[in-house]
Write a protein that binds this ligand. Structure first.
Ligand code: F6P
Length: 325
């Protein structure tokens, strides 16, 4: 390979910038050219890309978001979009692609790579959702979880001062990873997860027990993918039965995606970006670089997308009710 294009796609995640920096500098160190693509696959289709040098990525380690910008690009799902993207890559003499993103990004990358195998493709797991196989952690998950914890700690202060019950919705799409970790870290009374159905009746019983056990406040975390109809429906159903508490709802929303990357995400981004370029140099394609038992390993993009194999830690799931008695 001689020229790598790098892009970020889908929802941004803290740690993408350290990863872009590592890709650019590792490539240049190895005598390769690097092109930055703006707004993910949209930039490939619209030919919005620029040559990067080692100074293009100065002073970005601490920045949230992504200097390359990102987008969710529907036209790339169509053959026409892929053809145009391929033509633009060829015009620029690009023979390899590093895509940083989540499952939507990888699905697009895999389809593109099967259609045009002459462009080598390596994926970097970049999503706050932590929902990919082949990497214990995805870029941004640690920072987002810390952001959620900081916010919930603050809510706990006011919940406690008023003897209130808060329902807090956190992101994660179909994954309860942020909800579970934040819930355990903040001592949530209950965590509603897409991976493990909680019956509303059980939740009500649990909250009534808490109030008779003299809990002065309660926090229930509801993952956005939970299947009880959303945080407002859950709060309404509980309100009917639990009279001892004044109930409030908070949706943390997009603040969870912003902020300076944690130490963990800066290191992970650097390791994954470095490994992605080295994998391309070694002739790899259609793979994802990921972290497994503190080693950087390659997984096929197909396997990375195998959601059935993605699981939350059993001991964390088990301890939720026990640690909040
Ligand atoms: O995939 C990251 C994520 O933040 C999810 O947790 C959430 O469901 C989704 O993106 C929100 O997407 P958007 O920013 O496009 O509304």
């Amino acid at each position: 390979i001689s020229k790598i294009a790098v892009l970020t796609s889908g929802g941004d995640a803290p740690g993408m910038n350290p990863c872009i920096r590592a890709v650019v500098r590792t490539a240049i160190y190895n005598g390769l050219k690097v092109v930055g693509v703006r707004q993910g696959y949209k930039g490939l289709i619209e030919n919005d890309m620029y040559e990067m040098d080692k100074r293009s990525v100065s002073n970005i380690l601490n920045l949230g978001g992504t200097i390359l910008k990102t987008a969710r690009c529907l036209p790339f799902k169509e053959d026409e979009g892929m053809v145009t993207a391929y033509q633009h890559l060829k015009e620029h003499g690009i023979d390899a692609l590093v895509v940083i993103g989540g499952d939507g990004t990888f699905t697009g990358a895999l389809r593109f790579s099967k259609k045009y195998p002459d462009i080598a493709v390596i994926g970097v797991p970049g999503t706050i959702d932590n929902d990919l196989c082949g990497s214990t952690y995805t870029l941004g998950f640690d920072t987002a979880t810390n952001t959620v914890i900081e916010a919930i700690d603050k809510i706990r202060d006011t919940a406690d001062a008023h003897d209130r019950l808060f329902f807090i919705e956190v992101m994660g799409r179909d994954s309860g990873a942020i909800a579970l970790r934040a819930g355990i870290s903040c001592g949530a009374e209950a965590i509603l997860l897409p991976e493990k159905q909680t019956a509303i009746d059980d939740l009500i019983r649990n909250l009534k027990d808490g109030s008779s056990n003299k809990k002065s406040s309660s926090i229930v975390i509801v993952a956005e993918g939970d299947k009880n109809g959303g945080v407002y429906d859950v709060a309404k159903a509980v309100q009917k039965e639990v009279k001892d508490y004044d109930i409030k709802v908070t949706i943390l929303g997009h603040l969870q995606r912003g902020g300076s990357p944690s130490s963990f995400d800066r290191i992970l981004g650097s390791r994954l970006g470095y490994a992605a370029v080295n994998a391309l140099i070694a002739g790899e394609t259609q793979k994802m670089v990921g972290l497994q038992a503190n080693h950087i390993l390659l997984t096929s993009l197909e396997e990375a997308l195998n959601h059935h194999e993605f699981k939350l830690e059993a001991d964390l799931l088990e301890m939720v009710d026990i640690l909040s008695i």
